[in-house]
Design a protein around this ligand. Structure first.
Ligand SMILES: Nc1nc2c(ncn2[C@@H]2O[C@H](COP(=O)(O)OP(=O)(O)O)[C@@H](O)[C@H]2O)c(=O)[nH]1
Ligand SMILES: [Mg+2]
Length: 373
């Protein structure tokens, strides 16, 4: 007898190994004594179960709720949204910190060192990874998790790798909503790591209070290895790996960054972005950078800027979701697709100019969605 595993319904047809969710049958005995496989489905939870579980800090239920949020099935979308709606009043009570830097900068090692330090202080830490490229590469970078062995052993830490993209808004939506679930579950510190290379920086910047950019001392070109745009988003620059032979160079890099920062507009109004050094291996400088984050939060909270930033982020998020949806409806419309096909042929044969072609698409869209204008 062949025993097959099956994929749960929320895994897309072409879903690969990034969905670690194949279900294997258990075994039961039939009347004739023959072994027959049975699929022991996990007990289905109601929305109520999810909400109560999350609010009581049940990690298993939190993890399952995140799986619902990450699901690409429309019916899970509705359940997920209902869970979010009901836990919303219990969110917002954390400090949200984004951590970026080129691969190998030491983000995961830093998060582990910082996370362990904060757990020792009695804090509850949630670590989320955001990898916008994961839907393309199908790499929901689980490898990173192994780097946080110590942290994952802490009962006060919750680590979640990046969701994969899929439909209905993709990684950004899933990560934001996961952040909210973690807050409702009582995590007071949310650390969001950008993973891989891609547009992760802006996505993460738009969901956190404080944005930390990890940099390295390079071969004399400290200031060129990292995009200027990213430095402009930073609330602090952290020169990592300031240990051993590298300590002196790190101090020099820090001074160089401080000079550059002097001329840049700060990412957060009323806050001066500065550079610091740390070693995630020796732990030196970790508490200093954390004090900076704490000071930032206190200052921004008392001036009302933190609340303002979060509201602004939420508003941008609403617009992004709405427009992404509207764009997908329009671009998938059969009359638009048909029109595009014809125009492409006309363009290839030189019968039409680019501007006229664009106008024709606009006309078709207008005729359908704004017929009275
Ligand atoms: N010497 C030293 N090595 C570090 C430090 N932080 C990270 N590393 C090493 O740098 C490599 C990349 O670290 P990782 O945390 O995976 O980087 P990520 O890609 O940014 O998450 C690993 O081999 C780490 O052991 C540090 O503070 N000092
Ligand atoms: Mg990493």
């Amino acid at each position: 007898m062949t025993v097959k595993s099956y994929k749960p319904e929320w895994v897309p047809e072409d879903g690969g190994s990034e969905f670690a969710t194949a279900v294997m049958p258990g075994v039961s005995e039939s009347e004739s004594g023959e072994s027959i496989p049975v699929y022991n489905k996990i007990k289905k939870l109601t929305c109520e179960d999810y909400v109560n579980g999350i609010l009581s800090g049940d990690r298993m239920i939190l993890a399952r709720a995140i799986t619902v949020i990450e699901s690409n099935a429309p019916k899970h979308f509705e359940l997920g949204q209902e869970i979010i709606r009901r836990i919303l009043p219990y969110t917002g009570n954390s400090v949200r910190v984004g951590i970026t830097g080129i691969p190998g900068a030491g983000k995961s090692t830093f998060i582990e060192a910082l996370g362990c330090m904060l757990c020792n202080e009695g804090k509850k830490i949630a670590v989320l990874a955001v990898d916008p490229s994961s839907s393309v590469t199908k790499g929901s970078i689980l490898g990173d998790k192994t780097r946080m062995e110590n942290l994952s052993r802490e009962s006060n830490a919750f680590i979640r790798p990046s969701p994969s993209g899929g439909t209905l808004g993709g990684v950004a939506r899933k990560s934001r909503e996961t952040l909210l679930l973690c807050e409702a579950a009582g995590y007071d510190t949310i650390l969001v790591e950008t993973v891989g290379v891609g547009q992760g920086e802006t996505t993460v910047r738009s969901m956190v209070d404080f944005f930390l950019v990890l940099v390295l001392t390079g071969a004399g070109d400290e200031l060129q290895g990292i995009k200027k745009g990213v430095i402009e988003l930073a609330d602090a620059i952290l020169v990592n790996k300031a240990d051993g032979n590298n300590k002196q160079r790190a101090a020099v890099a820090k001074a160089d960054y401080n000079q550059v920062l002097h001329y840049l507009r700060p990412a957060t109004e009323g806050w001066a972005t500065k550079a610091y050094t740390c070693s995630s291996i020796t732990g030196e400088g970790i508490s200093v950078i954390w004090n900076v984050v704490t000071e930032f939060k206190a200052k921004m909270e008392s001036s009302g800027k933190l609340q303002k930033r979060r509201k602004q982020q939420e508003w941008e998020w609403i617009l992004q979701m709405a427009w992404t949806y509207i764009h997908s409806v329009i671009s998938q419309d059969s009359s638009i697709i048909e029109c595009e096909k014809i125009l492409k042929e006309q363009l290839n044969s030189g019968d039409i100019t680019a501007s006229v072609a664009a106008q024709k698409i606009i006309d078709v869209a207008k005729a359908k969605w704004a017929p009275y204008n």
